[in-house]
Design a binder for this molecule. Structure first.
Ligand SMILES: Nc1ncnc2c1ncn2[C@@H]1O[C@H](COP(=O)(O)OP(=O)(O)O)[C@@H](O)[C@H]1O
Ligand SMILES: [Mg+2]
Length: 258
């Protein structure tokens, strides 16, 4: 499979392990550069592990091992030797949002700039403008513009999650990995985050882990279904939800009525 510019990730014969325990085996799929892909499957099926493989976040676990090839824009991100990747750069290109908002014990303003300052991507003079632009992009500006110096933890969960997203966007990522980003939010905040995700999918690669099948249906074009240690199905959202090819997918979908 060659690299073409409309493909972000290509996984070929990928297996993931913690120690000697296989988590996922023989994973093969490609993800386009724009649009939203959902990863669904039972709890413990390896959704988070697979997602964290894409920006090498599992490297923090000493027993993690990945075989096969994970290519991002044509580069094997686990290759050793001369062409080995710059992991900091990779994580700049591939931003991530978790189930719980992940903020630092500092002000709203400093939280937006946290990643950007460390990357030294932009001169300081641009910081105020970047803060405003990204907070507007996540529809948080009007709610926080008069309390930039206040601690970020005084915000509601929904606001904190939007702030986490603003921080990721400030680093100008090409890809966003979202691990159950609305799991701890109320319906209104969920709606706000979902409309943001939809919009971001028009210009970025968005990969969404969700246990809410309705959310996968609403938001994504492509679905990857994990079960029993492998990718059980991979394809268009309508195909998978209306005529899954495997019995196990049917059973899983049937167990999660809308
Ligand atoms: N750091 C780790 N060390 C050992 N096993 C792990 C680690 N992280 C996850 N696992 C195991 O990998 C499997 C998949 O976990 P995970 O990717 O979190 O699943 P999901 O996100 O689908 O609920 C589970 O059996 C889990 O116990
Ligand atoms: Mg998980």
């Amino acid at each position: 499979m060659g690299h073409s510019s409309d493909t972000a990730f290509v996984l070929k014969d990928v297996s993931l392990f913690f120690g000697s325990v296989p988590i996922l085996t023989d994973v093969n799929f490609a993800i386009r550069s724009t649009g939203i892909t959902s990863i669904i499957g039972p709890s413990g099926s390896g959704k988070s592990t697979l997602l964290r493989t894409l920006n090498r976040l599992n490297d923090h676990h000493p027993t993690f091992r990945c075989t096969g090839s994970v290519r991002y824009r044509g580069t094997d991100i686990y290759a050793n030797g001369n062409g080995s990747v710059d992991v900091a750069r990779l994580r700049q290109d591939i931003g991530m949002l978790f189930q719980k908002p992940c903020l630092f014990p500092t002000s709203i303003y400093e939280n937006v700039l946290f990643g950007l300052k460390r990357l030294k991507l932009r001169p300081r003079s641009e910081f105020p403008g970047i803060v405003e632009t990204t907070l507007r992009a996540v529809f948080l500006w009007d709610e926080v513009k008069d309390r930039m110096k206040h601690p970020a933890n005084e915000l509601s969960q929904g606001q904190q999650q939007r702030l986490s997203l603003a921080r990721a966007l400030a680093c100008e990522p090409e890809v966003l990995l979202l691990d159950e980003p609305t799991a701890s939010l109320d319906p209104k905040s969920t709606q706000a985050i979902e409309s943001l995700i939809r919009e971001l999918g028009n210009r970025l690669t968005v990969i969404l882990v969700t246990h809410r099948l309705e959310q996968a249906k609403r938001l994504s074009e492509t679905v990857i279904f994990l079960s029993d240690g492998c990718v059980c199905e991979w394809g268009g959202v309508d195909d998978i939800f209306t005529c899954p090819s495997k019995e196990i997918t049917q059973q899983y979908l049937a167990g999660h009525p809308p």
